[in-house]
Structures are given as C-alpha cells and as structure tokens.
Design a protein around this ligand. Structure first.
Ligand code: ATP
Length: 598
C-alpha cells in the first residue's frame, strides 16, 4: 500500500499555523492532498482536523494528560523528567518541548550511534494515535506512554511537535469542514466551482475522509454515485423562517403540507435489521440516550433497512401531554438513562423517509417520501407520524398554526410538495418554512452564537470566567466573527458548570478561524453554541461581524445579550450566520424608519 511520509502532514500543519487568509489555507491543503496517495487520504483529512475519524464514529477523544507526555518525551530522548518539566515551564507548550528535544537528539544520540531514524508514515502515526485513544483500563497508562515514545523516537523535530499536539487533543490549527471541501474540489476537480458536487456527497454521507477517498480514487464523476448509506448520518435539511402565512405560501408554491412543529430533539433514525442507530441534528450518535426509541424503531419500521427522520418529544407520563425540550436534558447523564427513560418518557413524531431497502429517497419529492414513510411506519403507542394537513391558502395556514400552538406545539412547518421538493441534505432553503410563535413578538429573534473567548469576572465572580465573547459564523470565509460580549442570564449554578465546560476548550492562542479585534482573557476553541436573546442590534467599531456590510470598517453588535440556554445539538458551523445578523440589522433599521414615517 502506498503511504505518505508524516513529515508532509507536519509541514503543512506548520505552514497553516503561520497563515490566516482563507485562500492560502486552502492552497496549502490542496498541495498536501495532491501529494497524498488515495489509500491514505482519509487519514490525512482526519489528522489535519486533529481527529481520528468523523465525530459520529465516537472514537474516544485524544487528550492524553501532560504527565504522560512528559514521561514519553523523557523516554524518547533519554532525558530526565525534571529536565523536560523545566523546559515545559519555560515554553508552556509540550509540542515545542518535544520539537526542541527531537532536534537535539538528531544531532546527538542518533548521530552518535550511527542509527538512522525510521521514517514515520501517516499510517503508522494514525494507527499509533488510534491505539492511544482506545487504550483504557489497567495497563493503558503504559500503552499510551510507550506508543507515544515510540513515535517520538523516530520523529523529526516538526513531526514531534505535531504528534504531541495531536496526542494532547490540542491541534490549534482546526481547519473547518468547509475549507477541506474547497481543497478537495480544487485538488481533484481542478477548481472551487466543483465544490457543490463534493459537498453534495458530503451532505449525504457525513464522513469527509470517505468523501476524500471517493473523489481521489474515482474523480469528481465518482461522487455522482454517492447515495445514503445506512449507518452513516445524512446532514439534515433545514428550514427558512417565515414571517407570515402569505409569504410562506408564496415561497412553497401555494400547495403544501403544514405539520406540527414539535419542540424536542431532532432524530435521524437508521435501521439495519435489528441494529438501530440514532443521530442528532449535529450528527452525534445519541442511540445510548434513547434505548426506548431504538426499540420502537425496531418494531415500528416495516423495512429491513431504512433511514427516517422525526422529532423526539418529552411527554408527561401521567397525561401523555408534550413537555418542553429542556426535559430531554435528563437523558444526557449517562448512568441515569434508565431512570430518566421512565421518568421522562418520550414520543416520536416522524416526518420524513430518506432511504428504504435500496432506494435513495432523498432525490424524490416530498409527496413521494411521505408515501414511503406511511408505507413503512407501523404506528405504536409513542411512535407516530407527525400531525399534518394539506394547505392551499394562507387562511388554512393560519388556522392550522393556531391549532398547533393550542395543542402544545411550537408552531408549524410548511413544506413544499411539488416535483422539485427533494430532500436538500445539509442545506437551508424555502422548501421547508418554519412558522413559530415567537416570531410574532416585538423582540428580535434569539440567535445562536459560538463562544470564542472568555473574560474573568470581578467581585463576587472574581477568578471565574463570567463573560463570554460570542461570534456568528461566516460560511464564505469559514470563520467566526465576534458580535458581543455576554455576561447576563447565567445562574450561579450555570456559571460553575460553564467554567468546567470552558476549561476543556481553552487554547493558548487565538484559534485560526476566529476573527476578532477584542482580546479576551482566554481564547476558546469554537465548540459551544448558546442561544442568545438581544435587545437590539447596533453598529460597532469593535466587533468584526458584518464589518463593512453597512458601513466601512464598522461591524454589527448585539446590545444587552442574554444567555438563554446551551444548544448542544448545534455545531459551531450551525450558528447564526454573519449574513443573517446583517439581514436582521437591516430589517430592524427598516422597521424604525417605517415607525418614524407613520
Ligand atoms: P434550524 O434547525 O433550522 O437551524 P433550530 O435548530 O433553531 O433551527 P428551529 O428553528 O426550531 O430549530 O427549527 C428546525 C427544527 O425543528 C428541526 O431541526 C427539527 O428538529 C424541528 N422540527 C419539529 N417538528 C418538525 C417537523 N414537523 N418537520 C421538520 N422539523 C421539525
């Protein structure tokens, strides 16, 4: 099998650390991908993202403790742990420490013994990292230390640095999926114009490594044959927000179905014989949280292999009434699932079918998908098809909306059923329109923002991270741009929990994809998404979101932002986009102007 020297990956990572322009980042990746034999391209893609596979595969996280790494460095380079620790104190970065000792060792020991180092291949590094990640229980400490020391012994200085960073789980580079998609398009399709074709495959089969392998071996043409595969999550289709019934009906073409919009957790349910896997909105494997849903899927789907989608809603065990989304949080604590399953039972409302026994339904219009869904679903006590009606006028939409709210739903989803109403995986569009209660209030909508930094509090909150630097996402640049500093809405309890959460994601330098003028006390790797309610939007010289969109050199910020809740079901890339913030600002401006005229 052909392989790639790990040195090529290390060099690319090194180059990436020094640049920030998106095009340069992309081109560095393109060069790397072009050198990579297709056999190992999946591994290269994972490694540059600091991972060992797609998130949903649930490979245990790398994140080996400092003590182990110090030990491994000491063994690899024949220096005492004291010496390694001293160097660590001086630099504060174990990657650099390893790099330093590796370069001395090269001149010293290896030269002295006349030994050649064995060249490290991508496969060797990847497999060693896997071994480290999977090592648990008795003896795992030794396995981790020895495996790492083994790699370091053969590593060139730059390789040593990145091997340590990967092992620590702190690869700061953090290249986003969007940038990898661009790089794959350029490397194997000749231009970024073919990105939509690469992206389509990725949307249907959310594994960048696999998509890379397909395009590298079969070319862009090979992507056309990509179909959903049971067991690999499909990126969810998303809805636009509608203002009023008329606008909504115009968008969907005046013939549609309107469905209850349930306030629960989205679930993509994959059934393969008796094996059921449930994926969340952000494609995490959440099967362990819902053993009851898995059981219902086993009994309630009349097909050997299928992928269906629905909303899991908490219900009151006494009355069977729907309960708010927050109740599902009880299902998060691993050891309490069984009890939670009893105390907070759930009901599943199914709304789509994406695949059944060899048939890719994502390319079919909704009307056909719904027929397929109805054909395979066997209704059970807490397993049924989402409530819906056919609508052809805005009056019917409004009537159904009121009924839905009355019965405890959040609002409705209006969905186009015409010939072009295919399942647009991973995309937000007007084929689905959400119409929610809160859009009618005067306050601006809540937004979902990403934590990119944090500040220490004073007084009672002294010594604790108590305000957060929040950012919106810009998919064009694959970057996070700041919109506000948020300090209210946290209870003391929440603050404690937040400090714990943040500690895991604090990094020593500004993350590559964050664009900020403000310098927080600590930087936080983009990971956590929070729902935030603001009072209004204003122009801001400090924040970088929407910079230049309204006024040269000036951005947009949210005034009086208030924390509402964590959105664990969203990835940072699912946060409110820069464009949406700019739109909201424009709409607000228009409202004020209209108000003044009236
Ligand atoms: P989005 O998912 O659009 O980014 P969001 O996560 O903030 O936004 P909402 O704005 O509440 O969620 O609307 C979309 C979500 O509504 C879906 O992802 C799904 O979980 C949920 N949902 C509830 N009922 C339905 C339904 N009948 N059809 C589709 N989605 C539904």
């Amino acid at each position: 099998m052909r392989d790639l020297p790990f040195e090529s990956v290390a060099k690319a990572l090194q180059a990436l650390e020094a640049i920030s322009a998106r095009t340069q980042i992309t081109m560095t990746l393109v060069n790397l991908l072009r050198q990579t034999p297709p056999e190992v391209i999946d591994k290269v893609v994972y490694l540059v993202q600091g991972r060992l596979g797609p998130e949903w595969k649930e490979i245990p996280e790398l994140g080996v403790g400092e003590k182990y790494i110090v030990k491994a460095i000491s063994i690899a380079y024949g220096v005492s742990e004291d010496v390694v620790n001293k160097s660590f104190k001086a630099t504060g970065d174990l990657g650099e420490v390893a790099e330093r000792f590796a370069s001395r060792a090269k001149r010293g020991l290896a030269g002295f013994l006349g030994e050649e180092k064995r060249e490290l291949s991508v496969t060797r590094v990847y497999e060693a990292l896997l071994k480290i990640a999977y090592a648990t229980g008795e003896g795992s400490r030794d396995i981790k230390i020895r495996t790492l020391a083994g790699l370091l012994t053969d590593a060139k200085p730059a390789e040593a640095k990145y091997i340590v960073r990967l092992t620590e789980g702190r690869l700061r580079v953090g290249v986003g999926d969007a940038t990898i998609l661009d790089a794959l398009a350029i490397a194997f399709g000749g231009s970024v114009e073919v990105r939509p074709r690469v992206e389509r495959a990725y949307n249907l089969r959310a594994d960048l490594g696999e998509v890379a392998k397909i395009v590298a071996t079969q070319g862009v043409g090979g992507l056309e044959n990509v179909e959903p595969q049971v067991g690999i999550p499909i990126r969810p289709m998303l809805a636009e927000r509608g203002k009023d019934a008329r606008e909504i009906m115009e968008k969907v073409g005046w013939r549609a179905i309107a469905e209850f919009k349930y306030d629960g957790e989205r679930a993509q349910i994959h059934k393969d014989g008796d094996k059921v896997t449930i994926f969340s909105r952000k494609l995490e494997n959440i099967t362990h949280r819902y053993p009851d849903v898995a059981e219902m899927a086993r009994r309630g789907i009349r097909a050997e292999r299928a992928i269906v989608e629905g909303e899991i809603v908490a219900i009151d065990p006494e009355t069977e009434d729907m309960r708010p989304f927050q109740e599902l949080m009880h299902r998060k604590r691993k050891h309490e699932i069984e009890r939670a399953a009893k105390e907070v039972p759930v009901k599943v409302f199914l709304f789509d079918a994406l695949y059944t026994d060899g048939q890719d339904l994502t390319v079919k219009p909704l009307a056909e998908r719904r027929r397929a869904l109805e054909a395979i679903v066997i209704p059970l006590e807490r397993w049924e098809i989402a409530r819906y009606v056919h609508v052809e006028s805005s009056e019917e939409v409004d009537k159904f909306f009121l009924q839905a709210v009355e019965e405890g739903a959040e609002g409705i989803m209006v969905k186009a059923i015409h010939d072009r109403s295919v399942y647009t995986a991973g995309a937000r569009g007007w084929l689905w329109v959400k119409y929610k209660r809160d859009y009618r209030s005067e306050m601006i909508d809540t937004v979902d923002l990403v934590v990119v930094g944090a500040f220490y509090g004073t007084g009672k909150r002294g010594g604790k991270l108590s305000s957060l630097l929040m950012a919106a996402y810009d998919p064009k640049e694959d970057a996070f741009k700041t919109v506000c500093k948020m300090a209210t809405g946290f209870t003391d309890e929440e603050l404690e929990r937040m400090n714990e959460m943040l500690r895991e994601k604090v990094v020593s330098q500004k993350p590559l994809r964050v664009i900020s003028r403000m310098k927080p006390d600590v930087w936080v790797e983009p990971y956590y998404v929070a729902e935030v309610l603001g009072a209004e939007l204003t122009l801001s010289p400090i924040h970088t979101c929407g910079q230049g969109a309204v006024k040269e050199g000036v951005g947009i910020s949210i005034r009086f932002p208030r924390f509402i809740r964590w959105r664990d079901d969203k990835r940072p890339e699912d946060a409110t986009s820069e464009e949406e913030i700019v739109d909201m600002y424009r709409r607000q401006l228009k409202k004020i102007e209209e108000g003044e005229q009236a």
